[in-house]
Design a protein around this ligand. Structure first.
Ligand code: JB3
Length: 217
C-alpha cells in the first residue's frame, strides 16, 4: 500500500464561508473524500466544517509529493483564486469540480476543471463554463452562455441566452443580463443591476440599467 493518500482524496484551498459550502457540496456529491483544508490564517489542529486544517500554502508541493493530487480552490476573491488555480495546475494537481446534486446542468453544457456550482443553480443547453468559475446559489445560466476562467456569478443572478462573461469578472448578487450581452474581463457588476448593453473590461458598473461608474486599473 503506497504511503500517502487515495486516488479520490481531495484538499480544499481556503477555509472561509465559501469553503464551508464547497465542503458541503463535495460531501453530498460523494465522488471525493475531503481530507483537509489549506488555509492562510487558520492553524493546523483547527477544523472548518468538520474538516481539519492540514497546512498553509507552503505545504502545497509536499502534499502533491505524498500523492494527494486532487484539489479545489474555495476562495471567493477572483484574483486570489486565479493565482492559486494556476499555481496548483502548474504543480500538477487535478483541479476538481464541486457540483451540488440539486444543480441542473444540461448534458450539452461543458464545465471545465475547478468550477463550483452551488445548490439550485441551472446551467442550460450548450453553455460553456471555463476553469475555476463559481456559479453560486440559485443562479440561472441560460443556453449558449460563455463564462470564462475565474469569473464569479453571485447568488440569484439570471443570465439570459448567449451572454458572455469575461475572465475574472464578478456579477454581484441578483444581477440580470438580457440576451446576447458581452461583459468584459476583470470587471465588477454591482448587486441587483440589470445589464442591457455591453460592458468593457476592467470597469465597475451598476444600476438599472447598469452604467459604467469607474474604471479599474
Ligand atoms: O456570497 C457568497 C454566497 N459567498 C461569498 C464567497 C463567494 O466569497 C462569501 O460570502 C465571501 O464573500 C467569500 O467567501 P470566502 O472566500 O470564503 O471569504 P472569507 O470568509 O473571507 O474566507 C477566505 C478564506 O480564504 C480565509 O480563511 C483566508 O484565510 C483564506 N485565504 C485567503 N487567501 C487563503 C488565501 N487561503 C490560502 N490557502 N491561500 C490564500 O492565498
Amino acid at each position: 500500500m503506497m504511503a500517502g493518500y487515495l486516488y479520490n482524496d481531495v484538499m480544499i484551498i481556503g477555509g472561509g464561508g465559501h469553503a464551508k459550502v464547497v465542503v458541503d457540496i463535495l460531501t453530498q456529491q460523494k465522488t471525493f473524500t475531503v481530507v483537509g483544508i489549506i488555509d492562510k490564517q487558520a492553524g493546523i489542529g483547527q477544523y472548518i466544517a468538520g474538516i481539519p486544517i492540514i497546512g498553509d500554502d507552503s505545504s502545497i508541493e509536499d502534499f502533491f509529493g505524498k500523492n494527494l493530487i486532487n484539489a479545489i480552490i474555495a476562495i471567493g476573491d477572483n484574483k486570489q483564486r486565479a493565482y492559486l488555480y494556476e499555481r496548483l495546475r502548474d504543480i500538477g494537481y487535478t483541479l476538481v469540480n464541486a457540483i451540488h446534486p440539486s444543480a441542473v446542468v444540461s448534458p450539452s453544457a461543458q464545465v471545465f476543471s475547478g468550477t463550483a456550482i452551488m445548490p439550485g443553480a441551472i446551467v442550460n443547453a450548450s453553455s460553456l463554463i471555463r476553469e475555476n468559475v463559481i456559479i453560486n446559489t440559485k443562479v440561472s445560466i441560460d443556453h449558449d452562455c460563455v463564462l470564462l476562467e475565474h469569473c464569479h456569478i453571485a447568488p440569484g443572478c439570471t443570465l439570459a441566452g448567449g451572454v458572455t462573461v469575461g475572465q475574472g469578472t464578478l456579477l454581484g448578487a441578483g444581477v440580470t443580463v438580457i440576451p446576447g450581452i458581452n461583459i468584459g474581463a476583470w470587471s465588477i457588476i454591482g448587486a441587483g443591476s440589470v445589464v442591457v448593453s455591453p460592458i468593457p473590461d476592467h470597469v465597475v458598473a451598476y444600476g438599472v440599467p447598469a452604467k459604467i461608474i469607474r474604471y479599474l486599473d
